[in-house]
Design a protein around this ligand. Sequence first.
Ligand SMILES: O=C(O)CCC(=O)C(=O)O
Length: 374
Amino acid sequence: MAAFLTSNANISSFLSTLNPTISSFAAAQLTALLPSTVQLQDYACTEKQRPSVAHNYFEPETDLPVIDLASLRSINGSERDKSIKELVRAGKEWGFFRLVNHGLPLPLITGLENQMHKAFALPLEMKERAVSFPNAPWGYVCTARSASVHKPLWQEGITLPLDPHTRKEVVNKLWNDDKEQCKRELSAYINSVQRIARELLEALAVGIGIESEVLSKYLVSGNSSSMLRLNCYPPCPDPSSILGLGAHSDPDLLTILHQDDVGGLQIYRDDRWMGVRPQVGTFVVNIGDVLQILSNGIYTSCNHRVMLNRERPRKSIAFFVVPQPALTVSPLPQLVDTDHPQLYKTFIYSDYVASYRSHKLDGKSNIEKFRLQN
Ligand SMILES: O=C(O)CCC(=O)C(=O)O
């Protein structure tokens, strides 16, 4: 995930190299953000990664498993138990599912999408104002120019922390007239999605027989570096050889994503790439590497990527449940015994992220580095 690959240190120096005549019409087209030294072919992915399934192709017969949050919240014990079983199955067999009836009102989602539209449409000089958060991922990033990925990504993003104080600083730098409304909308969205994440993590814990707060504690201040990421993938002149986001699994516990109606998210399953049909108002949720490790391999993270198109920018909003960098991560001892030997090493989370960065969006290769050779 791009939010983990970039730190703003690189970006400021890149932005200062931009050709000023190009950047003056930089509204939504990423091509307009590129320095004159960068060629389109610099973005082309390898033959192996080459997009094979168009952004708007969806298999007619197959869709993600659907989890109904209203059933998971039900006071009817058997309805709740059935729903937990479905959630556990989705987490084990797919690592990805669609979440419906989550209770987050559609106007809250579309309101935030409108705010994103305004922010990404700003001239580059203005977006640059929100690049100045040294050594932290917060603020605007033109990931297209990150030197830390082996191929630049065809994407821009705004990363926001849970801490309201720092979040306000980012908003003050990026939004103009409607700052206060934007802060209110972001807070309401983040509070709702945090609650949903807590409920899912509690159910995922209970469903495999562990205490309900063992996973949701990674949302609690002091344990958490969770974040919201606003993604924009501008139209691309060559979507047949350039990816918006290369194949990767997320180095977190859980990601809750809303995608607009454009299409482009694909998951790798049964030896093929499968498009995730956009359904505005529903979330797609995926299990991250850290949950695969904590659960000692019971849950599985899922390899996914983003395809581009020539015509329309695509937007997505991702909430990542992320451990605090200094925390020790290890398979939970309650899930390890002689029949279930420990599958992964014990490590400090910041080491996992450092290794993830060095792997540069290469499917699930990072988690394999942390596997114990039993
Ligand atoms: O934009 C999307 O649909 C997916 C984003 C994603 O995979 C990520 O940020 O890790």
